[in-house]
Design a protein. Structure first.
Length: 316
């Protein structure tokens, strides 16, 4: 069961839920977050000392990387786009297919993935033990030398505190009616109405944390053919989950392109045209995905509103 914790040193931005979710066995502390930050930017967590977590999750890009898919050690191309990891304190599952239920599990997988950082956890821990500064920091935070659990807990704590809010939209909702232009206000009306975006991009973090088949995985394939990527279906094994992917947050969306799980849509205009056209047809297309018949002006208003979701965040 998750405990609701407040880290007093962190100002939770306007528009976000006031508490941070963290498991009771891994409470947030300033020292643990600082250790997690140090680890997040340390290339020694990769097999050949060439990549850090921050290479695929860059602070200036809302912790995404601007590439179509992740690029790992030896320039290997990954299978999916690197998702933005802002506001994941509010997440219920992690990765595009939701295969892990906690950040503590999630943060260790890229380290071990042969197409990403490609390291053995035992090797990483030994490198940390060989570093006097890390030995001291782990002892201070966990009362023990560097080990896998502490590595996981520290990284997860840092990710939990990467927050983005206080956007123009948030200020508008808080009563500052000039925070959005008239075009952005029209985009908000479309977002909640005709364009039906809020059906999936709901709540304070603009995601239902659920999985949907929009047809992206059928790009270039006939509707009756299997998808390029089984998505959620790889996790559950259920036929109706084939080609489903997690709804990403729309916060800071203008910073996190290219878009979709495969990075196949280069910009927000392409995304809006994709949904306006009703996605890609397939036998299990989500029933909420259907043609919208938006005008060019309406797409422009929606795009303007989406840019109003860029918030204030720490880039540290």
């Amino acid at each position: 069961m998750l405990a609701l914790l407040l880290l007093l040193a962190i100002q939770i931005p306007l528009g976000l839920d006031r508490g941070l979710l963290a498991p009771p066995e891994n409470p947030l502390t300033e020292e643990k977050v600082a250790l997690g930050r140090r680890l997040f930017f340390d290339k020694r967590l990769s097999a050949d000392n060439s990549l850090a977590c921050s290479d695929c999750h860059q602070p200036q890009r809302a912790f995404s990387d601007g590439r179509r898919v992740a690029v790992g050690v030896n320039k290997q191309l990954g299978d999916r786009n690197s998702p933005a990891i802002i506001n994941r304190a509010y997440g219920r599952s992690f990765f595009w297919d939701g295969r892990t239920p906690s950040l503590e599990e999630q943060v260790l997988q890229p380290i071990q993935n042969p197409k990403e950082m490609a390291a053995e956890l035992a090797t990483v821990v030994e490198r940390l033990k060989d570093d006097a500064t890390y030995r001291s920091l782990f002892q201070n935070v966990f009362g023990a030398p560097p080990e896998t659990r502490g590595l996981s807990y520290a990284l997860a704590s840092y990710v939990r505190t990467r927050l983005s809010g206080n956007s123009a939209y948030d200020r508008y909702e808080a009563g500052e009616k000039i925070a959005l232009t008239s075009q952005q206000q029209e985009g908000l009306r479309l977002f909640r109405g005709k364009a039906r975006c809020a059906t999936c991009h709901s709540g304070s973090n603009f995601t239902d944390e659920d999985f949907h088949n929009t047809g992206v995985a059928w790009n270039g394939r006939a509707p009756e053919e299997p998808p390029h990527d089984m998505g959620r279906g790889l996790v559950t094994g259920l036929p109706h989950d084939k080609g489903k992917f997690k709804t990403p947050t729309l916060r800071d969306i203008e910073l996190t392109g290219p878009y979709m799980h495969d990075g196949s849509l280069n910009n927000l205009e392409e995304v809006l045209k994709f949904y306006d056209g009703g996605g890609h047809p397939n036998t299990r297309l989500d029933p909420d995905i259907r043609p919208l018949h938006l005008t060019a002006e309406e797409r422009n208003a929606l795009r303007a509103f989406l840019k109003a979701l860029t918030g204030s965040r720490s880039i540290k």
